[in-house]
Design a binder for this molecule. Structure first.
Ligand code: HEC
Length: 197
């Protein structure tokens, strides 16, 4: 065509750029909606500041009710990022980009002034779920599952700073089989149930 011959260098560069964008999509690791950050190797960078997100609840699977070896020992403090919670309140669904953190807390004592029970001790681990259709399009619900926990000593200060997504058999399969909504155990989170439209 006529126009092709009069393309300037700049226009050609723009044209090539557009062609590359259409052919290969935007370069990773640009993240669409969520707060999750991934490194160049595709590992999740340990999120910060999540204790100021929305608190979903605190399920507890203590070792002493699980033959001394619970899969996720003790308390699980669960948080969802604020923008995704806003979306949840509007739609009752988890948006692409949702990040849910599960912080493990040991049982500190079993007695206090008001009686016997389970009381939080120290932070001992951290897990995460990230919903990202582009990264985890081939995973159930498009969720990626991550474990930062130091599995040897449950030392919070020795946790990983970056974590690779777990194979579905390690994490997703159990969530898929038993979680109430979109791989999330809604049955254990009154905060989410009460705010669902
Ligand atoms: C045997 C079943 C099972 C396996 C395997 C499992 N989970 Fe879960 N997960 C649960 C249950 C049950 C809950 C909710 C109650 C609780 O925390 O105990 C939960 C809760 C969570 C939550 C909070 C959000 C939610 O869906 O309730 C995260 C995050 C999470 N798990 C991450 C992981 C990661 C990461 C792995 C793999 C390393 C994993 N889970 C493996 C059963 C499982």
């Amino acid at each position: 065509m006529h126009t092709k011959r009069v393309l300037s260098g700049t226009m050609l560069a723009v044209q090539l750029g557009l062609t590359a964008l259409i052919a290969f999509g935007p370069a990773l690791p640009a993240q669409a909606a969520g707060v999750a950050k991934f490194d160049k190797a595709g590992e999740l960078v340990r999120p910060q500041g999540y204790r100021e997100w929305i608190y979903m609840g605190a399920p507890l699977t203590p070792n002493d009710m699980n033959n001394g070896k619970a899969a996720f020992p003790e308390f699980h403090n669960v948080y969802i990022d604020p923008a995704s919670y806003k979306h949840w309140k509007k739609t009752g669904t988890f948006r692409d980009g949702t990040v849910i953190m599960k912080e493990l807390v040991s049982v500190g004592s079993k007695q206090t002034a008001s009686g016997n029970g389970y009381f939080m001790g120290d932070y001992i681990g951290l897990e995460a779920m990230v919903k990202d259709a582009r990264r985890f399009g081939d995973q159930p619900g498009n969720w990626g599952f991550f474990r930062f926990t130091d599995e040897k000593n449950y030392d919070f200060n020795a946790m990983k700073t970056h974590a690779r997504a777990n194979p579905a058999a390690n994490c997703a399969s159990c969530h898929q089989a038993s979680a109430k909504q979109d791989m999330v155990f809604l049955q254990h989170y009154p905060v989410l149930r009460a705010s669902k439209p």
